[in-house]
Design a protein around this ligand. Structure first.
Ligand SMILES: Nc1ncnc2c1ncn2[C@@H]1O[C@H](COP(=O)(O)OP(=O)(O)OP(=O)(O)O)[C@@H](O)[C@H]1O
Length: 188
């Protein structure tokens, strides 16, 4: 597997589980997205339109998503650099089209993280979001996306109101044996 895709609505736990994975095994590393538009958010590296054009022309833009007037992109080179360094890249995605595009390119472990709408709202308030209404709109869009068709796309599905982040991280990490470990079934 090339890495891990965490897909889910706002406050479903993508960032929390990414941190838990990193604590379990330092090989896990978030692929920071590029963002062109407003300079809000801590998980992005901000780029200009010219820089994004340059990356696109160089064939480096693996995923490109437009939302609320902003453009979010994933730079293929970042994934390649992590993989070459023996790390396991983690990508956060919010729509199924992007998940499909990524897995067409290479095999990724696909993980659906779910959270009920009411808990999404509670978590959004608790972590101090000032745009909870937008988050709930994105939650509605995620549900519509999943209802339309997610047949067989995900290897794992977790309800993050029913299992803790460490428990979920342990299951995901179990897919990536330690380097040098011979997987069960292949021992002499
Ligand atoms: N089992 C769980 N897994 C993950 N997060 C949990 C869980 N239980 C409670 N939480 C809480 O839910 C919140 C999830 O927020 P987090 O930022 O990780 O979600 P996200 O999917 O990355 O959100 P966004 O897409 O809006 O950035 C955190 O405050 C976390 O502490």
């Amino acid at each position: 597997m090339r890495g891990i895709v965490l897909y889910g609505p706002p406050a479903s736990g993508k960032s929390t589980i990414t941190v838990a994975l990193g604590e379990l095994d330092p090989r896990f590393a978030l692929v920071r997205k590029l963002k062109m538009g407003n300079q809000r958010g801590t998980e992005y590296d901000f780029v200009s339109a010219a820089e994004l054009d340059r990356l696109r022309a160089a064939g480096r833009v693996l995923i490109e998503t437009r939302r609320y007037g902003n453009v979010y992109a994933i730079d293929r080179d970042r994934i390649d650099r992590l993989t070459s360094a023996g790390r396991i890249p983690i990508v956060h995605l919010g729509n199924l089209g992007d998940v499909r595009r990524l897995v067409e390119d290479a095999p990724w472990l696909t993980v659906l993280l779910w959270v009920p709408r009411q808990i999404c709202q509670q978590r959004s308030h608790q972590r101090g979001d000032n745009d909870t209404a937008h988050r709930l709109q994105a939650w509605d869009e995620t549900l519509a996306d999943l209802r339309a068709d997610d047949d067989g796309l995900f290897h794992h599905r977790f309800s993050t109101d029913q299992a803790g982040p460490d428990e979920i991280a342990r299951v995901i990490a179990g897919t990536f044996p330690d380097e040098g470990t011979v997987p069960l079934g292949h021992r002499a």
